[in-house]
Design a protein around this ligand. Structure first.
Ligand code: PLP
Length: 453
């Protein structure tokens, strides 16, 4: 094999890039990362970047947390790998399931493990299809989600995702219905109050269920705060308006907490922050603080009883992954839950959230910032060409990408999403590091707005 010289060239020669704008790679190159220190990543050229995206929201304890590394090493020494098939599972798996139910909003329940958030959503859909069929309603297969919601990349979870880019795969599959995104600032109509907006969305949900037939709907999936849609907290009272409608029609509600779970919104769960109790929770990312690929479907007591009965009836649930409930992943998750909840990480999110908001509020005074939004340690700034009319910049200007690229040049990683720039740093961020983040971001905003405004 003819080895191209640089890391750069080697990356491009042998790797397919996912979710990457290729013209940018050709123009700007690839950041090849070798290691991390706290919330910083370091590349092959020795450059340091403050990663205000926590990797992909997941490295909440930073990139070198000793306790997590030691927990992984200890478990590799004890028992480095196993599955959860054929009536066998590791002791770590048993302990993690107990722990997840203990910290969940449910009194009782059961957990099923996957390798990722996408697979967890996919698994949840299969659980619902399986359950409804076992209960004599095989036609209950349609899935409700929202535009701008992100639920993953497998064929099913991508069908749930409310993003137009999935059309390149011929998705969504039939039977996946997307409702209006609960973003009042962007989708509220002229003269409509936030309360009226929420009522409109609740009515849309009720009418959709009646039009499709409640008996054809398997469940509704929603993120407490939409993450990859651009950090969109729900309009005020949204969940309080939709939950009774779902209850009325007996439609299971699944809270996709892949981003929000384990501290991101300042509480253990996003559903806690927004005061609703779902029928199931999807967890991943923060579950292992990003130190192991793992997802979990956490079923509430009543739902898990129904599912268990359905399984007993046919004697087996024909589903699972080779690495479901992997003992190293479970040991890391047990440690990660302890680190986030008991080592002050969730406290730090709560403590610094007001400072985070104040920093963004100040930046949002700029004439080309239309809105700042978020909660806890997940925030976005949305760029606009014209503030009073909320008119976006021409998409050909790639404003958010330019801001993110300028930030990268300054040693700060943030993520462009639509016309927004997203900040979701690790929970270990200090006040000084937050100041560094704002200083670099402001420089980037001023540079780019001077070019395009
Ligand atoms: N659900 C949500 C809310 C997510 O943000 C993501 C990933 O960002 C997923 C599901 C998919 O998780 P994964 O990338 O681990 O498949």
């Amino acid at each position: 094999m003819n080895q191209p010289q640089s890391w750069e060239a080697r990356a491009k020669e042998y790797s397919l890039y996912g979710f990457t704008d290729m013209p940018s790679v050709h123009q700007r190159g690839t950041v090849v990362v070798t290691h991390g220190e706290g919330p910083y990543i370091i590349d092959t050229n020795g450059r340091r970047y403050l990663d205000a995206n926590s990797g992909l929201w997941n490295m909440v304890a930073g990139f070198d947390h000793r306790g997590l590394i030691e927990a992984a090493k200890a478990q590799y020494d004890r028992f480095p790998g196993y599955h959860s098939f054929f009536g066998r599972m590791s002791d770590q798996t048993v302990m993690l399931s107990e722990k997840l139910i203990e910290v969940s909003p449910f009194d009782t329940g059961r957990v099923f493990y996957t390798n990722s958030g996408s697979e967890a959503n996919d698994t949840m859909v299969k659980i619902l299809w399986f359950l409804h069929a076992a209960e004599g309603k095989p036609q209950r297969r349609k899935i409700l989600t929202r535009w701008n919601g992100y639920h993953g990349v497998t064929a099913v979870s991508a069908s749930m995702t409310g993003k137009p880019y999935n059309s390149v795969f011929g998705l969504p599959l039939p039977g996946f219905i997307h409702l209006t995104c609960p973003h009042y600032w962007r989708f509220g109509e002229t003269g409509e109050t936030e309360e009226q907006f929420v009522q409109r969305l609740a009515k849309e949900l009720d009418e959709t269920i009646q039009r499709e037939g409640a008996d054809t709907i398997a469940g509704l999936f929603a993120e407490p705060v939409m993450g990859a849609g651009g950090v969109i907290p729900p309009a005020k009272g949204y969940f309080q308006a939709i939950m009774p409608i779902l209850k009325k029609h007996d439609i299971p509600m699944i809270s996709d907490e892949v981003i929000c779970g384990f501290g991101r919104t300042g509480n253990t769960w996003g559903c806690e922050t927004y005061d609703y109790v779902p029928d199931a929770i999807i967890s991943s990312k923060n579950l292992t603080a990003g130190f192991f690929p793992m997802g979990a479907v956490i079923l509430s007591g009543p739902l898990s009883e129904r599912v268990q009965n359905a399984i007993e009836a046919i004697e087996e649930f024909p589903h699972g992954f080779t690495a479901s409930g992997h003992p190293v992943g479970c040991a890391i998750a047990l440690k990660a839950i302890d680190v986030v909840m008991n080592e002050g990480l969730a406290d730090n999110v709560r403590h610094l959230a007001p400072r985070f908001e104040a920093g963004l509020q100040r930046l949002a005074q700029k004439p080309n910032i239309g809105e700042y939004r978020g909660i806890g340690f997940m925030w976005a700034l949305e760029a606009v060409k014209d503030k009073p009319t909320k008119t976006p910049f021409d998409s050909s200007l790639s404003v958010s990408e330019r801001i993110a690229n300028t930030c990268t040049d300054l040693g700060l990683i943030c993520r462009p999403l639509g016309q927004s720039v997203v900040l979701c740093p690790p929970f270990i961020l200090t006040e000084g590091q937050m100041d560094e983040m704002f200083e670099k971001l402001e420089k980037a905003l001023d540079t780019v707005f001077a070019e395009v405004a």
